[in-house]
Design a protein around this ligand. Structure first.
Ligand SMILES: NC(=O)C1=CN([C@@H]2O[C@H](COP(=O)(O)OP(=O)(O)OC[C@H]3O[C@@H](n4cnc5c(N)ncnc54)[C@H](OP(=O)(O)O)[C@@H]3O)[C@@H](O)[C@H]2O)C=CC1
Ligand SMILES: O=C[C@H](O)[C@@H](O)[C@@H](O)[C@H](O)C(=O)O
Length: 310
């Protein structure tokens, strides 16, 4: 069986199995990365977010690609609702659409299940006097999701979903809302396979998108001996193994790069056999769990490996 280039969402739409990430893609880099991915790298999927502060440049990259012949309907663009916009979901969406130069996104995700004060001392990261994040205590992520559900009828979002949701948070969401999220975007790699969330989502028709598959900034997982061994077996780049780990599990994967050769290298499919998958799944058992993206949220997200005091 060959490795799929798309998976089906619970809306019936297809989502390309590899997408270009844009978090921490700096000014002067991300426009070229997006246009290179779409025009030369064979990508059809771009992952953006208001919080990344670079959606204007991502939009310029999209515009360049459209000028070069890429058609809007042939690509899949995701953006995310930032926490300070939870009680203003349509405004958050409109700001992203304006920057991206689009009249709709294919997928709109709640970036984190935590509302932040919309009237605080910063547009994205309002803080209290003690330096902690200034939460919006009169709002809940359930209310946010209900606002996102309403956006479907505007045509400005083709699908809605969530990000950074653990099993208990998903249970709470599904029991209080109507539309099953199309996607849950979570950190995922052999050091954090998150079998509990992946299995729960599969059973409930929610597609997993894996973020930080290379271990985030600097790609530390590319140095992992067990992964290098598998790459040597197939004579492929180490990143190809890390990225295809997800597609072989039935999950979408996002890889960030602003380096043209890496952007191209990362868009390669590889069938991994049962033995390879077992070896990759064993890494965290032997070496311990590692999570690379742990922003200082003052809440407990319900992930077994991430215990913060509430
Ligand atoms: N929903 C959420 O909360 C989150 C979503 N995401 C999304 O997922 C995307 C991917 O995750 P991210 O955390 O960025 O990290 P990745 O795991 O994609 O790693 C990116 C790093 O790896 C380097 N790299 C990429 N390809 C290669 C390669 N072939 N060889 C060597 N080094 C390479 C990049 O360098 P360089 O760019 O210099 O080439 C960069 O430093 C994000 O960009 C974002 O879109 C990520 C985190 C959280
Ligand atoms: O998508 C990437 C990450 O989630 C990023 O948006 C957060 O880590 C954010 O910078 C924060 O500090 O909360």
């Amino acid at each position: 069986m060959s490795v799929p280039t798309t998976f089906k969402l619970n809306t019936g739409a297809e989502i390309p199995t590899i997408g270009l990430g844009t978090w921490q893609s700096g000014p002067g880099e991300v426009q070229a990365a997006v246009s290179h991915a779409l025009l030369k790298g064979g990508y059809k999927h771009i992952d953006a977010a208001y919080c990344y502060g670079n959606e204007d440049e991502v939009g310029a990259g999209l515009a360049e690609a459209f000028k070069g012949g890429v058609k809007r309907e042939d690509i899949f663009v995701t953006t995310k609702l930032w926490s300070t916009y939870h009680s203003r979901a349509e405004l958050g969406l409109d700001k992203s659409l304006k920057s991206l130069g689009l009249d709709y996104v294919d997928l709109f995700l709640m970036h984190w299940p935590v509302p932040l004060n919309p009237n605080g001392n910063h547009d994205k990261f309002p803080k209290l006097a003690d330096g902690s994040r200034d939460l919006q205590t009169d709002w809940t992520f359930i209310k946010t999701y209900k606002e996102m559900e309403k956006l479907l009828s505007t045509g400005k979002v083709k699908a809605i979903g969530v990000s950074n949701f653990s099993v208990p948070f998903l249970k709470s969401l599904l029991s209080q809302t109507t539309i099953v999220p199309a996607v849950n975007q979570i950190e995922n790699h052999p050091f954090l396979p998150q079998h509990d969330v992946v299995d729960y989502c599969r059973r409930n028709g929610i597609l997993i998108t894996a973020y930080s598959p290379l271990g985030s900034a600097g790609g530390p997982l590319l140095k992992e001996e067990a992964v290098i061994k598998i790459a040597q077996k197939y004579n492929v780049a180490v990143g190809t193994v890390l990225l295809n780990y997800h597609i072989n599990r039935g999950n979408v994967v996002l890889a960030k790069s602003v380096t043209p050769s890496r952007i191209e290298e990362n868009n390669k499919l590889l069938k991994l056999d049962g033995e390879d998958m077992e070896a990759l799944n064993k890494i965290h058992q032997e070496k311990g769990t590692k999570r690379f993206v742990t922003p200082p949220w003052p809440i407990n997200f319900g992930f077994p490996d991430w215990k913060q005091d509430v």
